[in-house]
Design a binder for this molecule. Structure first.
Ligand code: NAD
Length: 257
């Protein structure tokens, strides 16, 4: 018998071509899962990021790419059908796709607000809604949502993002209650500053903001996608069987002040 922690499991990871989703997909594949990589693009967003497909090939994982926008309900249904057709079902849904813009409320264009809410919150709701049927018949059903430290506390210049991630944190707790009797674990991750494309521009160009982020992070470095993937693996594995409705901070102490 395989000693891999996700042997025989099927995972669908949204936004898996870049950043945190890329690392989660690669880690789950290395731990024996078959992975549906669901994203609006195939290539990673940063030049120095390794392709998720190369990473999955390197560990000999089974995978399928589906071009999927989490704001498109039909595309979500198609992606879930791919999981069923190619791998026989679904055990783990990782709602990772997300976008971030910086603005205070009074200067946020309503299109920007709508876009953030559509991807970050409505996308999580829709993918969860349609995955639940498969997760109910799985013996290892898990939903892992990407919230944020900004889904637990406020953050400057991030009104729409904070609203969306606050929604993700509480949707996580709500889903955990409704599906506990089906033994589906529903948890979230709340990363702090993780070095990905989402914040690369500010890290590279805004010294003041970079200094603020460093000062707010007690741990002497920012996080990596692998830090978050390690926590996701715990939430996807049998070791978190009795953990549900939890928002796990992976933030180097940002919210410990
Ligand atoms: P990223 O920009 O590196 O990667 C996001 C991925 O999502 C990309 O591959 C992108 O193509 C995909 N995506 C974007 N919109 C999509 C859509 N509509 N449908 C499907 N895929 C879509 O970002 P990241 O930093 O890896 O962020 C991953 C998640 O973690 C997000 O939900 C983000 O809000 C959250 N998060 C990130 C940080 C951080 O510091 N990087 C902190 C807290 C939370």
């Amino acid at each position: 018998m395989s000693d891999k922690r996700l042997a025989g499991r099927v995972a669908l990871v949204t936004g898996a071509s870049s950043g945190i989703g890329n690392a989660i997909a690669a880690k789950f594949g290395a731990e024996g899962a078959s992975v549906v990589v669901a994203d609006i693009r195939r290539e990673p967003k940063l030049e120095d990021e390794q392709s998720v497909f190369d990473r999955l090939d390197a560990v000999g994982a089974d995978y399928e790419f589906v071009e999927m926008d989490v704001t498109d309900e039909d595309a979500i249904i198609d992606a879930l059908e791919t999981a069923q057709a190619e791998f026989g079902g679904l055990d783990i849904l990782v709602n990772n796709a997300g976008i971030y813009f910086q603005n205070q409320a009074h200067e946020t264009p309503i299109d920007e607000y709508d876009a953030i809410m559509d991807v970050n919150l409505r996308g999580v709701f829709l993918a969860s809604k349609h995955a639940l049927e498969s997760l109910k018949v799985s013996d290892h059903g898990k939903i892992i949502n990407l919230s944020s430290i900004y889904g637990l506390v406020g953050g400057p210049n991030s009104a729409a993002y904070c609203a969306s991630k606050g929604g993700v944190s509480n949707l996580t707790r709500q889903l955990a209650l409704d599906y506990a009797s089906d033994e589906i674990n529903v948890n979230a991750l709340a990363p702090g500053i993780i070095e990905t494309a989402q914040n690369a521009e500010w890290r590279e160009t805004d010294e003041e903001l970079l200094a603020d982020w460093q000062a707010s992070t007690p741990w002497p470095r920012f996080g990596t996608p692998e830090d978050v993937a390690d926590a996701a693996l715990f939430l996807a594995s049998d070791e978190s069987e009795f953990v549900t409705g939890h928002v796990l901070r992976v933030d180097g102490g940002w919210t410990a002040w």
